[in-house]
Design a protein around this ligand. Structure first.
Ligand code: FEO
Length: 188
């Protein structure tokens, strides 16, 4: 079932339950129907919040590479990607969606450059292959962003999925690999 259909179904269910609750309570507080509807509404809202929360990334201490500026960049990227998730979940206007997408791409480029400068300056042995991963990622994101012009909703959801899985995998593995080396060079 598509995301839009789920959201529409949830909205209809909530409105129907609210109507049952209001009409039910108007007919008397001893009527069990509005109480049951209220209970169902609470469960629906809790489940919805849980499902929505599952779509958002959150920072974990295990993601840390021990370098303050890099951890700060990674946290900011998680925040920006979550903004993109919000843009999709709450059907914000196209301008916000485009602006959020541009922010994610711009900050990713800024972060990669900062990281590459640190690796190059300290003569990190795997600098070239790490940089190549960054370049492949930017190329993929640029291609997906181009698709946004033709299929806004499909492209942005594909982009978001890619960004989320790529970022967490990259900071959890590839970025962790330089951590010990850069820390031994005195980078903080
Ligand atoms: Fe933090 Fe290699 O990107």
């Amino acid at each position: 079932m598509g995301r839009n259909l789920i959201m529409l179904g949830t909205a209809i269910l909530v409105v129907s339950l609210l109507a049952i609750i209001i009409i039910g309570f108007l007919s008397g507080m001893s009527n069990p129907v509005p109480w049951i509807a209220l209970l169902i509404l609470v469960v629906v809202v809790l489940l919805h919040n849980k499902l929505v929360k599952r779509n958002y990334l959150s920072w974990k201490d295990s993601y840390s590479v021990g370098i303050e500026s890099i951890d700060s960049d990674h946290k900011k990227l998680i925040h920006l990607i979550n903004n993109l998730q919000t843009a999709i979940d709450y059907k914000t206007d196209k301008q916000f969606e485009q602006q959020t997408l541009a922010e994610v791409i711009d900050y990713t480029k800024y972060h990669f450059q900062r990281e590459e400068d640190l690796m190059e300056k300290n003569k990190y042995a795997d600098f070239v292959s790490h940089k190549a991963q960054h370049e492949i990622m930017i190329e993929k994101v640029t291609t997906l962003a181009r698709g946004y012009e033709n299929d806004e909703s499909g492209a942005i959801e594909a982009l978001l999925m890619y960004l989320k899985s790529w970022l967490i995998n990259h900071i959890n593995h590839t970025d962790q690999e330089y951590s010990g080396f850069l820390l031994s060079k005195g980078v903080k």
